[in-house]
Design a protein around this ligand. Sequence first.
Ligand code: HEC
Length: 160
Amino acid sequence: MRRLFVLVFTTVITIFFLTCFINAEHMDNKDTAERSSLKLSKKLRRLLSAEMNAVQHGMTNLSVAIPAGDWNSIAETARYIKDGYILDRKLSKNEMTEFLSSLPEGYNIIDREYKRLADEIINAAEKKDPDEVNITYFRLNGTCIECHVKYAKKRFPGFK
Ligand code: HEC
């Protein structure tokens, strides 16, 4: 009798944990599908990639210009980041509209914050305020992480 009880108890517990596990796995899949990467045409992906590499150079320039108090270079670089190096220049109006409408709303929210912070860096550089420039640079870097975690996990598998 006791044996039977133990057997039934173990079976119930096993089924319970298996169900939790399967559910967790399922949710994770859904989450990953949403977060992995954007569906873009070849041309758009190529341009976005070129844009991102230019932005990365811009961020490196800023990390050198900020501790040097090189206000002109800071403002100029932040302006490039804000206005876009490549994407906004290489796409026709129609292509740009198509690109923007193909993006998830969450992407656009981060993108707007990213551009707003780049604009804040320009203002802080014009005021020659090193602390404000530095803090805003740090926050701008945060938007790179936020967007990559959500929409570029394939490219940056380091983000879980
Ligand atoms: C609003 C979203 C968004 C923001 C903000 C963003 N990125 Fe990206 N980035 C992406 C996406 C999406 C990809 C992956 C494109 C792909 O799938 O090939 C990417 C890819 C990259 C790449 C790899 C490009 C390549 O050739 O593979 C670099 C480098 C990069 N980003 C740098 C940055 C830096 C630095 C910042 C911040 C200053 C930044 N990104 C901000 C969305 C963003």
